[in-house]
Design a protein. Structure first.
Length: 798
């Protein structure tokens, strides 16, 4: 028959339209699947002083010995462990074999479509057999399969294992099966995932063979990236622990044909993660009888939808409490205001930044300062160059403090009315706030006040919970400081804005409540062209959750670990379609401001890399923060997103000077006066895309860079003036000031075509004469060499 690779749905239809007498199924990855990334991972569970590679080497030795002594190429598991006789005696070998089989049983499941095909075969009176290249014997394999279904003894008539014949499906096993079945080859309908063993070899013999294509190519790519993510996140991966892979059966069934980036994201990240979180929420709810669940909007939207999909009988409330309304409701004494201000202002001062006008506006809104008072403080702030000390003192003036406390108490009463409307809160109740995480701002600010004023207990339930003092006492996290170290948690939340975007309700961000507790706020600024795509992702994720429930994907620590891996894969190693998807998204910071940030900008990230190279893979600041650096950099090359991933996971850093060994020496002349000059050789450093970065200290007003001694042709990307205090810091890009050609600098001895400098003579140069230099500065030139004068750079005097 013609070569064709089919999904199981297609295979079933082909079988039903056939007139065969025997249905034959491959076992592993066709009928029986494992909850791990690859078969080798099972060996990590064996322990007993036996590392996975030793188990693999023992199998290889056993196969080699058997082939050269008997001519057979398949071995039994007993023959494999016999190769370890120097480590284990015969009784110990039996125990380890039993343990390995137990691990196979505990870490596997029957693939429902394959099981369904066996049932249909029996309904039609078709004989069924299993043909497997495996070191188990038929009794062991039958035990493994029967452990997952009582139907197996009646659904399978015979099991053929290569270990019992000494030959596999690629050599002599198929002729032996045809002989034993006493049937014409074309009357056997065989299905398996190995193209050669399950399709080519049996088809050549005349068997009606079909190749089962487990996954489409995008899923293969996802699983590959997922394994990379697991190894970075968990050093124990494939050493002492397997990589959990719990949803690959869902991918095989649901993700077929052309897979949109929306569907891919939904089924490989959002669905699996929300399924895990919903299971975790249920665990926490069941620990506290009568607890009332309140999902915090907007990011609590998908957790709520996932939970109600799995547990429609459970009641839960939708709480519209934003960071803004939580802050406004939280001021109850002078110390609470002082604590808010000191935390916020110290962060600004410690980073050598200034308070901005937008920053003050946000603070004034949080403290609910009257407009006329705010204007007076604003005027004085401008006079004092936005002094943090002055702002702290002015906002703690008695009059403002009293007004803030009164307004906050009123705000809090309206928020409480909202709580009562949604959850009918009564004294003695336990309220569980459900959100993505991470420090639990709303809970931290409001829990003490709500517990006191309402006589209730407040608990938190988060997807990710960071360490804060006493976190064990009042919250739980699916990913928490007990099951994930702080670096791993930081790695996940550092660039998690895109995940938050996909979880959001995208209706409005609450900024106020009516006296009756009705929330009001600002509408989401999401583009009407983009929102339908997000809704599609969310609906597809819920479809994934339903299928996962049907497949009964187990609730365990492996489920939480798989969620960590899926989050990190999406954040740090997205596929091209997912990155493109992120370019269309924007988000607001939900603090009562109008600040909206683009989720990803690939070209901007490329430009940033051209300027600074891989040494700058750090967070930005203010409203220009790079929220999705890994996704942006993935388009530059996997090495860049991997670098960001490893930097985050293991706190690795390096200086710009050590980021590359590719440098280019350029002679630079500093004009001291009309008679004197000072010559230096300054190294430009390779960045990205063939560009080099050259920093020249502004020692004198006149500087000449003798480019012609080294380069014939080159491309100028940018020439900027940078304050010295910002060089090599995160703020450098923001404080860089572009210099103008023929005003701040001149190019001589070459032909200029746009940004190209061509045919520069040996005496050609770039001449800088800056008119005004308000502070110590650095000239930063980013250029790309096109033609060199020599492969070796001269370091002669000017």
């Amino acid at each position: 028959m013609n070569n064709t690779s089919l999904s199981f749905a297609e295979i079933e239809q082909r079988f039903l339209h056939s007139d065969v007498k025997v249905l034959s199924l491959d076992c592993f990855d066709t009928l029986y699947w494992r909850y791990v990334s690859r078969p080798f991972d099972i060996f990590t569970r064996i322990q007993h002083g036996l590392c996975p590679s030793a188990r693999s080497k023992a199998e290889s030795r056993a196969r080699g010995k058997k082939y050269f002594t008997t001519g057979k190429d398949e071995v039994s598991i007993a023959e494999i462990y016999a190769e370890l006789s120097s480590q284990f005696d015969s009784e110990e070998q039996k125990k380890i074999i039993e343990y390995e089989l137990t691990q196979e049983i505990e870490n596997g499941f029957l693939f429902p479509p394959a099981l369904g095909l066996l049932r249909k075969a029996k309904e039609r009176g078709v004989r069924t057999i299993i043909v497997s290249d495996i070191y188990y014997n038929s009794e062991q394999l039958s035990r493994l399969l029967s452990a997952h279904s009582d139907e197996i003894p009646t659904l399978i008539d015979k099991i053929y294992c290569s270990a019992e014949f000494g030959h596999g499906k690629t050599t002599k096993l198929w002729p032996e099966i045809v002989r034993q079945e006493q049937i014409a080859p074309q009357d056997i309908f065989h299905v398996g995932d190995n193209f050669i063993a399950d399709y080519q070899k049996p088809a050549k013999l005349g068997v009606n063979a079909v190749h089962f294509k487990q996954y489409e190519k995008p899923i293969v790519n996802v699983l590959e990236q997922r394994a990379i993510a697991a190894n970075i996140l968990f050093p124990s991966s494939r050493a002492t622990a397997p990589i959990p892979s719990l949803f690959h059966a869902c991918y095989s069934v649901a993700l077929r044909g052309d897979i949109s980036s929306e569907k891919l994201t939904a089924w490989t990240m959002l669905g699996p993660v929300m399924y895990a979180f919903a299971r975790f929420i249920k665990q926490q709810r069941d620990k506290i009888p009568g607890v009332k669940l309140g999902f915090l909007m907007r990011d609590g939207y998908m957790p709520r939808e996932a939970y109600q999909t799995l547990y429609p009988q459970d009641s839960c409330g939708t709480l519209r409490i934003s960071r803004f309304t939580a802050i406004c409701s939280s001021f109850h004494n002078r110390e609470s205001i002082a604590s808010y201000l000191s935390d916020l202002l110290h962060e600004i001062v410690s980073s050598n930044e200034r308070i901005t006008q937008d920053g003050f506006s946000m603070i004034a809104k949080h403290l609910m300062v009257k407009t006329e008072q705010s204007k007076k403080i604003q005027v004085r702030l401008e006079e004092l160059n936005y002094s943090a000390e002055y702002l702290y003192e002015s906002l703690l003036a008695d009059e403002i403090v009293q007004e803030t406390l009164a307004r906050s108490a009123d705000f809090r009463s309206r928020l409480i009315a909202h709580l009562r409307n949604e959850l009918n809160i009564e004294p003695g109740d336990t309220l569980m706030l459900v959100d993505l995480g991470y420090s639990g701002t709303a809970q931290n600010l409001l829990a003490p006040l709500l517990e006191k004023e309402l006589d209730i207990k407040v608990r938190g339930c988060y997807m990710i919970s960071v360490w804060i003092p006493g976190w064990h006492k009042n919250r739980a996290g699916m990913i928490n400081p007990d099951n994930a170290d702080f670096r791993l948690i930081s790695t996940l939340i550092r660039f998690i804005a895109s995940v938050e975007m996909l979880c959001s309700s995208h209706d409005f961000s609450v900024t106020e409540y009516s006296e009756e507790g009705q929330p009001t706020g600002k509408n989401d600024k999401m583009s009407p062209l983009v929102l339908p795509k997000i809704r599609q992702i969310q609906q597809q994720a819920l479809d994934c959750i339903r299928m996962a429930a049907e497949l009964n994907i187990p609730t365990s620590q492996s489920l939480w670990e798989a969620a960590i891996i899926d989050l990190a894969r999406y954040i740090y190693l997205p596929l091209a379609g997912e990155t493109k998807q992120l370019e269309e998204l924007t988000f607001d910071i939900n603090m009562g401001t109008d600040v909206v940030t683009k989720m990803a900008d690939i070209q901007d990230a490329i430009d940033y890399m051209r300027r600074y190279g891989i040494s700058r893979l750090t967070l930005g600041e203010d409203t220009k923060i790079r929220t999705n650096y890994p996704s942006e950099l993935r388009s530059c090359g996997i090495e860049y997103s991997l670098s960001t991933f490893v930097i985050s996971r293991y706190a690795i850093s390096w200086s710009m000077a050590n980021s590359t060994q590719r440098k280019q020496a350029l002679q630079t002349m500093f004009v001291l006066d009309q008679q004197r000059t000072e010559c230096r050789t300054i190294n430009a450093t390779s960045t990205f895309d063939g560009y080099f970065s050259l920093y020249i200290p502004q020692i004198t007003p006149e500087i000449v860079v003798l480019m012609g001694k080294t380069l014939r042709d080159f491309e100028i990307f940018s020439i900027n003036l940078v304050p010295q205090h910002s060089v090599y810091k995160e703020s450098e890009n923001r404080f860089s000031h572009p210099l103008k050609l023929n005003q701040d600098y001149f190019i001589d001895g070459a032909t200029l075509t746009n940004n190209l400098v061509l045919n520069m003579s040996d005496e050609g140069f770039i001449y800088f004469r800056l008119q005004q230099i308000p502070m110590k500065s650095i000239i930063h030139i980013v250029y790309r060499p096109l033609n060199m004068k020599s492969t070796l750079t001269s370091i002669e005097n000017c």
